[in-house]
Design a protein around this ligand. Structure first.
Ligand code: CAA
Length: 258
């Protein structure tokens, strides 16, 4: 098992859990944490025994953003030559669904990390925002793009330009989060949702995620065409035969993930 210093990695059945663990810095995302989160997510993705991933922080902070102390002395040539933040892009290539269980602050890179997950379950105390403007910069891990797609231009502009924080109920109304639950239940609810996903056929889960994601980077016509093709392809799987036979036989399916 890989030794991690800034995260805690655990499994519960077919669910992998990644907990951000830099409490003194409110889980600020430094380079080490980025590499560890991405490494752990990729390791879960490569493990056929894992069907869903939960990403979480602490009650006070999911993550309070990129690590400002690490970032503050960097120059233009530093960030360009390091491809600073570039490793986060690997998270969007993980095929296993990722659920973010967000309690407390999800600011800047923290909000962006939550949006890199496939869906967000928020505790009532969650606070979302893109306050980079207060530091003389702008979002750098996809926030200006993913937030705008999630909540629309008006609210994205409002949040990115003012740097204000949005509470969980506003985030739910805006479509950023799928559910708001009592703070102390957020992780449990996220794990339950992950266990439900992990009980499905992994192949149909991969393709369902791929199909929904197509909606964000293609036209409606192309997206529907891609969905149809993915749908047809599932008829080549044993799990399609099993899933439909189980329905007809009035029993639970036994998916083999092939
Ligand atoms: N980077 C580094 N350290 C951070 C941090 C961050 N983003 N956020 C908090 N910390 C540290 C604080 O410096 C403090 O450390 P010390 O005890 O050593 O001083 C510790 O965490 C606790 O923080 P506070 O004392 O500030 O806690 P608070 O409860 O008073 O305030 C907060 C909480 C409102 C979240 C406040 O910490 C804050 O505003 N944090 C910064 C939020 C922010 O600007 N995030 C965006 C970062 S830029 C970015 O993310 C770029 C991008 O696009 C990727």
């Amino acid at each position: 098992m890989t030794a991690y210093e800034t995260i805690i990695v655990d499994t519960e059945g077919r669910v992998g859990v990644i907990t951000l663990n830099r409490p003194k810095a409110l889980n600020a995302l430094n380079t080490q944490l980025m590499n560890e989160v991405v490494g752990a997510a990729k390791a879960f993705d490569a493990d056929p025994g894992i069907g869903a991933i939960v990403l979480t922080g602490s009650e006070k902070a999911f993550a309070a953003g990129a690590d400002i102390k690490e970032m503050s002395s960097k120059t233009y040539s530093d960030v360009v030559s390091e491809a600073f933040f570039g490793a986060w892009d690997d998270l969007s290539r993980v095929r296993t669904p990722i659920i973010a269980a967000v309690t407390g602050y999800a600011l800047g890179g923290g909000c962006e990390l939550a949006m890199l997950a496939d869906t967000i379950i928020a505790g009532e105390n969650a606070r979302f925002g893109q306050p980079e403007i207060n530091l003389g910069v702008i979002p750098g891990i996809g926030g200006s793009q993913r937030l705008t797609r999630a909540v629309g231009k008006a609210k994205a502009m409002d949040l990115v330009l003012t740097g204000r924080q949005m509470k969980a109920d506003e985030a739910e109304r805006a479509g950023l989060v799928s559910r708001v639950v009592p703070t102390e239940e957020a992780l449990t609810v996220a794990k339950e949702a992950a266990a439900t996903i992990a009980s499905k056929s992994l192949i149909s889960v991969y393709l369902a995620k791929e199909a929904v994601n197509r909606a964000f980077d293609t036209t409606l016509t192309e997206g529907v065409r891609a969905e149809r093709s993915l749908f047809y392809s599932l008829f080549a799987t044993e799990d399609q035969t099993e899933g439909m036979a189980a329905f007809v036989d009035k029993r639970e399916p036994e998916f083999k993930h092939r």
